[in-house]
Write a protein that binds this ligand. Sequence first.
Ligand code: NAD
Length: 275
Amino acid sequence: SKVPFITLHNGVAMPQLGFGVWQVPDDEAEQTVTTALEAGYRSIDTAAIYGNETGTGKAVTGSGIARDELFVTTKVWNSDQGYDATLRAFDASLGKLGLDQVDLYLIHWPMPARDTYVDTYRALEKIHADGRAKAIGVSNFQPEHLQRLIDETSVVPAVNQIELHPQLQQSALRDFHAKHGIATEAWSPLGQGKDLLQAPTVVAVARKHDRTPAQVVLRWHLQMGNVVIPKSVTPSRIRENIDVFDFELDADDMAAFAALDEGKRLGPEPANVNS
Ligand code: NAD
């Protein structure tokens, strides 16, 4: 496939476009992930809380694709935060996936009111030191949470996976990431397929390039330097979402997209998630 890689700060190569499986039921995950692998995706984003690590793992291990050509991400759920609980949760995730190593292991939410993310991250450092996760990082962290990890632990998170789409462009976090060598990974990159894909600007840019709204939104992310993990269970859309490497948005298109930023969250305010 023509998906480019970005190099994480520890030298690990991560596909810039992957496949997200949130809300895919476990008994459909094997088929859906298999469709994605056949379409050329090599990076899969799951999480313990998605309940589909088993089906996702079956697709990965049954694909016949060499393990080192695949990039598997999973995440420790909130109720498993803390050093020992995270080590146990990681073992459970590996067991469900049927793998002996993941490429990226993330803390799903910081839960600042619980104040357990530093201990949780120390467990990720141990997992990384033991060679069971090639890279470690976080999700939904705000600058103050990242700064605390940088100050109190020894491995800078390789990735922060955050809600990011043209209506929530996250410039402050992106600047913080750039300063510290943290890769920005966009969740809900298509705005969950809601009104973003009908926005007049997006529709006009799509028409100009003879592409779909989803394709030009993904192109915007790629040109911004974001890692993207669009989700779909529809085979034609799964293929459409990876067919974005033979055209480019121009400076006018990028300027038009810049004007769509309205600070609109689809998910919760990260600091307010504490269970
Ligand atoms: P998304 O922005 O990827 O949108 C997916 C939805 O958009 C689909 O369900 C479908 O309705 C629609 N869609 C997909 N392709 C389309 C196309 N080509 N044309 C028209 N509509 C299309 O939303 P998402 O699933 O929320 O996010 C992607 C992934 O990000 C998730 O699957 C998950 O892996 C990850 N995620 C992580 C967190 C986190 O807290 N870390 C939170 C949410 C999502």
